[in-house]
Design a protein around this ligand. Structure first.
Ligand code: HAM
Length: 412
């Protein structure tokens, strides 16, 4: 047997109906806030991610699916912010005087160790706003995210918020972190020892128990934020309060991608185990420039749909299309049902299926039950004689004889 590749999986009914509900809500909510869809390629030049996400991030150093294609180095997209910015620049959207609001839904690829909520192919729903620094937009992006999660009936989730500063204050902060951490380096985990030199901010993200006392004693970025960043962050919080959005301030929230400036946030959901971050995002005010565009600020989020689906209750799903199951009790009755019942029901928009397997009536009723249909229609010789059908309500169980001319009306 040929199996699916490790870290990938097949999604089908009944799980797929949860996906359909989530995707439909995502599209509806994006329309409500004025976002239009963008579809970018699944693979891009490797350099886009190396430059966009950062050469020394986990994603770029360890997790990318990269291959040689003739003279080109190509990578399956591990995320979609860099591709969206590439598309924004390439298509000259950075010349427009208006702001650009985009959303996307699609698969991403990261070579991580698979576990519950962590896959090598996973899907994200994300949005990106380009062209404004207005802190109200930061609040709008977060509000859209929270509204979307709420719409999927997930009950337990919380927002964590931070500011990671900008190119003025961050070097001062990271220098301070290095100064404080270097003397204690030997006491820390191997990853942190490396981070202290290469990417000190990421030390704050360390989960190793023994390192926590050292990390807890470090100063928060607040003390280092320059005036502009402070004012911006205060305004983001003001707008969040106006939208009645509650959050916890997590001063250690730094995110795993290097492009972030100022606002950074994550949403954590209950019941997911260790992979409990359902969404993450923030500002990236320098990324467009870094990728060759005109200076343009940006902000967005991406939500992991696989994780969201795990957190959604069973009841949250797109309803099935089939409402009626038709059972024939003889060969002649089957032809009668096929021609005189099934066709008109479908023509009138009533989803139905006729029992092709033709085992026993009992087996057919079990099948109807499993499908979760509202009605079964039974046809035998008697019904045929009367140009009628027996209609059975699957919830209440009551049965009635209905003329086939009245069936559509009755079922509507
Ligand atoms: P990220 O935090 O790397 O951010 O990913 C966002 C979300 O994708 C995570 O919170 C998680 O739910 C989901 N995710 C990530 N890796 C996996 C995986 N291996 N399996 C399942 N789900 C996963 C970004 O990707 C940024 N582009 C977000 C952003 C948009 N920032 C600004 N705009």
């Amino acid at each position: 047997m040929i199996r699916a590749i490790k870290g990938t999986r097949d999604i089908f009914s009944p799980e797929v109906e949860k996906w359909q509900l989530a995707e439909r809500n995502a599209r509806e909510i994006c329309a409500l806030y004025g976002y239009t869809e963008i579809r970018t390629p699944i693979f891009e030049a490797t350099e886009l991610f190396a430059r966009g996400i950062g050469e020394i991030t986990d994603i770029v150093t360890k997790q990318m699916y990269t291959f040689q294609d003739g003279d080109d180095r190509i990578t399956l997209r591990p995320e979609n912010t860099a591709p969206v910015v590439r598309a924004f620049v390439e298509n000259g959207m950075d010349n427009e005087p208006t702001i650009t609001k985009l959303y996307y839904i699609g698969p991403m690829f990261r070579r991580e160790r698979p576990q519950k909520g962590r896959y090598r192919q996973f899907s994200q729903f994300g949005i990106e706003v380009l062209g404004t620094e207005n802190p109200a937009v930061d609040a709008e992006v977060i509000e859209l995210l929270m509204r979307f999660i709420g719409s999927t009936q997930v009950l337990e989730y919380r927002l964590e918020l931070n500011s990671v500063g900008c190119s003025i204050d961050r070097p001062r902060y990271t220098a301070k972190l290095q100064e404080l951490l270097r003397p204690q380096k030997e006491k820390m985990c191997a990853d942190c020892q490396d981070r202290i030199e290469r990417n000190p901010l990421r030390v704050l993200d360390c989960k190793v128990e023994a390192d926590q006392p050292i990390i807890d004693a470090l100063p928060a970025i607040d003390e280092f934020l320059e005036e502009g960043c402070k004012i911006h962050f205060a305004a983001v919080q003001k707008y969040l309060a106006m939208s009645n959005i509650t959050y916890t301030r997590n001063k250690r929230l730094v995110r795993g991608l290097d492009y972030y400036t100022r606002t950074a946030f994550e949403v954590i959901a209950g019941g997911l185990g260790s992979q409990n971050a359902v969404a993450g995002g923030g500002r990236y005010d320098k990324l467009v420039e870094e990728l060759g565009g005109k200076p343009t600020t940006g902000i967005g989020f991406a939500l992991g749909l696989d994780r969201l689906i795990l957190a959604m209750p069973e009841s949250a799903r797109e309803p099935g299309g089939v409402k009626v199951f038709i059972v024939a009790m003889s060969d002649a009755a089957f032809d009668y049902a096929y021609e005189k019942i099934q066709a008109p029901l479908r023509q009138n928009g009533i989803g139905c299926e006729v029992d092709y397997q033709r085992r026993s009536v009992k087996a057919a009723m079990r099948q109807a039950d499993k499908r979760g249909v509202d009605w079964t229609i039974l046809v035998g010789e008697d019904e045929m004689k009367d140009n009628a059908a027996t209609l059975k309500n699957m919830k209440g169980g009551e049965q009635q004889r209905v003329s086939i001319n009245e069936l559509v009306e009755k079922l509507k």
